[in-house]
Design a protein around this ligand. Structure first.
Ligand code: MG
Length: 168
């Protein structure tokens, strides 16, 4: 059986980076930002890395993505790739007239994964609009130290460790 690939978004999924400190101490800094790791993110990473291949795909800058990947994943986990905004397709969102950065999972095929074998965990549905069936949505994390969303995500991920189980 092919190992499924779990791709993690970073901002508001695993971390919250801000220039304005919250009411509690940040976990690390990637200048000019301070970065807060989402509660239970470590547990989610440990579970998913045990059962799946893992990777990172953020629409932030490459320098930032590399710094956060270094802090969150290595050396415990070796992501198959860590992609930044350069791997996103930039489109105008007609609703807002701003840009939306789309993560087209067909790009991952060159790493040997069929789109059906990929789950992306991301707080932004608009970025996964081309493969919505592969999207495990999480509520955005911005500040709550009591946030427990990764635990719910954990149980969804556990469900797809069983054969023939899909998100939808
Ligand atoms: Mg995000």
């Amino acid at each position: 059986m092919v190992t499924k690939l779990i791709i993690f978004d970073l901002d508001e999924t695993l971390v919250h980076a801000t220039m304005n400190k919250l009411s509690y101490a940040p976990d690390f800094e990637v200048s000019p930002y301070v970065v807060y790791i989402r509660p239970f993110a470590a547990e989610l990473l440990e579970f998913t890395a045990t059962h799946f291949d893992i990777a990172i795909w953020s629409s932030s800058s490459a320098v930032y993505v590399e710094a956060v990947t270094e802090r969150l994943f290595r050396p415990l986990y070796l992501p198959r790739f860590s992609w930044a905004v350069e791997k996103c397709v930039q489109k105008v969102d007609p609703r807002t007239n701003g840009y939306v950065y789309i993560k087209d999972l067909r790009w991952v095929r060159k790493h040997g994964y069929d789109v059906d074998e990929i789950i992306i965990i991301d707080d932004s549905p608009e970025k996964i609009q081309r493969q919505p069936r592969s999207h495990l949505h999480v509520a955005p994390f911005t500040e709550s130290p009591s946030d427990q969303e990764p635990l719910a995500c954990d149980s969804s991920a556990e469900r797809i460790t069983r054969p023939d189980q899909r998100l939808n």
